[in-house]
Design a protein around this ligand. Structure first.
Ligand code: GLA
Length: 720
């Protein structure tokens, strides 16, 4: 376990997952990545063959080419014609040749300076490899951390300029892996606004497939992650490897199958609009990447990632804390609310057992619609019918916690802040703005702006008894160009991220008792960078239960359930216009952190009774959902008419099944449950019926639903 060096081989060993790197006269070769193979010794690579049109660094050894060796850094100009992972402009060229000069084994994990990292732990070991380019006097530090209790290895790197000339980094990926030829499939999580994290699965073939964002946020359309698996891998079988980037800004990830069928994977900052000036005696660190492995299929890969994210990335204050059932006033009132209306809503919520009242957009400045006032974080006391403190007290008095919506990174042109500091937004001088939701983005690359935001939100939080913050971000970044010269502008997007991380780490550390939920028009920045600071995320603005099924399914591949807010909203649904039974809306939202986002005051008595029952039932089920192991039983792919999810937690098993369209004269689906003890008895809560674990696993349970569209069933078993 951990890191070991034997002769010229480095063994990087996590729980059941290992990488073996070979030092071949200074070149770093990736000898193995996959299952940990005991303490056996490996020999040197023997692949030596002269391939036509490949470059040879040594004229006497035509059989050695970087184009045919598996590596962990890719450099162009030295005979490797695949996509490079590092490109540095050094004077009049950009050819660098990094050779290994030193190594060090460090106990514990490391933090990446200024960027989100998993919490530092001593249950890990880190390999530091130092490579040098003698001509440019650049030093590259590669870090691989192997975690004792996980099938996870993290990696990042740092480029240091020890010479006397400035150089310019044009690309510095966080991790790169070359893998042998095989039949692979690739999974990515794509989509759009209100349709986030759609699972896309495709066969890998010769050429390059890449995903990326240049929006200044990871975006709704892509997730900074790739899963590579053996062709035909299922939930319970096959080898799979996930690469994830812990970064919330512009990213790229690619897979390249070259002319020989070999595969290169890379992930890191997107360099479409990125360069970095590296002055002498300074260094640049890449964001951190996570590499996760499973040799037993996709469920194991997901569970591995879910647990790692929850226990090593999420704040320890919240990782194991049950999340409150909330009511959010957005879809209940939008901007049109009065204090009385809010208190009526809070009253009903309290009576139904809801625990947290969230006041969404519209409480500040002159914010009566989404055209104005972002930046003016001054309470609109006229609209709130008194001070914010007053309202909070009244909500607290009803036995509810109080939460508030903010959108700190934004500024409206129609705001006092803009009138005072027109130069604080992101813009190209002498060009007109580009608007989105009629708002602009503050330049968090500017330290003055970050300092202002720290003070503003510090003051808000210090002076109010706020229990929860919803941190929104409702547009992407355009018009990057505040710098006074080209390269400064090229650095702005990453500097924005450094400013943002500084701001959110400051606020979350200062107010550890405040639960922060991140949002970017739903899941427009649902990534591990944000999750390090905000342990909950509003996964989508689409609150339609049926449309949520694939979104929740996609999220489950890599993110823990406890990170995901899921709300019951009105029917017909505001985004989709679909009418769905309240039962099903409840069952779907109960597969995440349950909340409500509808006008409770307009519901019938029977609907209120049902919600009250849902909330009280969820409080029983909550630890199973939020802390349990998650299993995908039926996936909502393009042809599927149904979805089933199982959670196991201690002696509890919870199965939720949703059928989308009503069908006639077909056999109802039989669900075979997972990971139960064959010889144990499980009692169905409610009916009292008892089953053996073996029966539930092998014979399964045949669902029996009433006719109708969008019908669901929830089954809770307790082991006897
Ligand atoms: C975004 C969020 C919504 C809501 C509105 C308020 O769209 O995703 O949940 O907070 O902003 O303007």
């Amino acid at each position: 376990m951990g890191i070991r060096k034997e002769e010229n081989l480095y063994y990087i060993e996590a729980k059941q997952f290992s990488m073996i790197l070979e030092n071949r006269e200074g070149y770093l070769l990736l000898k193995h990545i996959g299952k940990k193979i005991g303490s056996y010794h490996f020999s040197n690579s023997i692949y030596e063959r002269d391939h036509a049109f490949s470059g040879n660094p040594d004229p006497n050894i035509r059989t050695f080419s970087l184009d045919t060796q598996r590596q962990v850094i890719g450099l162009h100009g030295l005979g490797d014609f695949r996509k490079p992972s590092l490109v540095v402009e050094c004077g009049n060229h950009s050819v660098t040749e990094f050779k290994l000069v030193a190594d060090r084994i460090i106990s514990g994990s490391l933090e990446v300076e200024g960027l989100p990292s998993p919490y530092v732990t001593d249950k890990a070991e880190t390999l530091e490899l130092v490579l040098e380019d003698v001509v440019t006097k650049l030093r590259l530090y590669l870090y691989y951390t192997a975690y004792e209790d996980y099938d996870t290895i993290t990696s990042f790197n740092r480029l240091e300029n020890v010479g006397s000339d400035q150089v310019v980094i044009h690309r510095q990926l966080s991790t790169m892996l070359d893998l042998p030829k095989s039949n692979y499939e690739l999974l990515t999580f794509q989509g759009a606004y209100a349709r986030e994290k759609t699972v896309r699965r495709q066969k890998v073939s010769q050429g390059i497939f890449s995903i990326a964002s240049n929006r200044g946020a990871s975006g709704h359309a892509q997730t900074p992650a790739l899963i590579l698996c053996q062709e035909g891998s299922q939930e319970d079988s096959g080898e799979a490897l996930a690469l994830q980037l812990m970064y919330s800004g512009n990213f790229q990830a690619f897979i390249q199958e070259n002319q020989l069928g070999e595969v290169r994977l890379g992930i890191g900052i997107n360099d479409d609009n990125f360069s970095w000036e590296l002055q002498p005696q300074s260094s640049f660190s890449s964001p951190l990447a996570l590499i996760t492995y499973s040799n037993q299929g996709l469920t194991q890969l997901s569970q591995e990632s879910q647990v790692f994210v929850r226990d090593e990335i999420m704040s320890p204050v919240y990782a194991h804390q049950e999340r409150p059932v909330l009511i959010n006033n957005w879809e209940a009132t939008y901007f049109d609310f009065t204090k009385d209306k809010l208190l009526e809503l809070a009253d009903d919520a309290a009576q139904l057992g809801i625990e947290l009242f969230v006041l969404d957009d519209g409480w500040f400045g002159n914010r009566f619609d989404d055209n104005r006032s972002l930046g003016d974080w001054v309470v609109n006391e006229e609209k709130l019918g008194g001070t914010l403190a007053n309202l909070i007290d009244e909500v607290h008095a009803k036995g509810l916690k109080f939460g508030l919506w903010v959108e700190p990174e934004m500024i409206s042109e129609n705001s006092d802040l803009y009138r005072q500091h027109p130069d604080w937004c992101i813009q190209v001088p002498n060009r007109s703005h580009t608007y989105s939701r009629n708002q602009l983005v503050l330049n968090l690359a500017n330290k003055e702006v970050v300092a202002y935001l720290k003070t503003t939100f510090d003051t808000l939080l210090a002076n109010h008894d706020i229990d929860y913050i919803k941190w929104d971000m409702n547009r992407n970044i355009t018009n990057i160009g505040n710098g006074s010269y080209y390269l400064e502008t090229q650095m702005q997007s990453h500097r924005y991220m450094l400013g943002l991380y500084e701001l959110v780490s400051y606020l979350t550390e200062s107010y550890p008792h405040v639960l922060f939920e991140s949002c970017a028009g739903g899941g427009g920045r649902n990534d591990l960078g944000m999750m390090r600071y905000f342990p909950q995320v509003w996964a989508s603005d689409n609150t339609d239960a049926i449309a949520r099924l694939p979104i929740q399914y996609g999220s489950s591949y890599l993110y823990p359930t406890i990170s995901m807010g899921a709300h019951v909203s009105a029917s017909p649904n505001h985004q989709m216009g679909r009418t769905t039974p309240l039962d099903t809306r409840g069952h779907v939202a109960m597969m995440g952190n349950l909340g409500y986002e509808l006008d409770l005051t307009s519901l019938s008595q029977s609907e209120k009774e049902l919600i009250k029952a849902q909330v009280s039932h969820y409080k029983q089920l909550r630890p199973i959902v939020q802390f349990g192991q998650h299993y995908r039983l039926i996936n909502p792919d393009e042809v599927s008419n149904e979805v089933a999810v199982q959670f196991n937690y201690q002696d509890n098993v919870l199965v939720t099944y949703v059928r989308i369209q009503s069908q006639i004269e077909t056999m109802e689906t039989t669900l075979k449950l997972k990971d139960l003890e064959e010889g144990r008895l499980y009692q169905l809560v409610g009916s009292g019926q008892v089953y053996s674990g073996a029966e539930l696993i092998y014979a399964g349970l045949t669902m029996s639903l009433v006719q109708g569209d969008y019908i669901s069933q929830q089954l809770h078993f307790q082991a006897l």
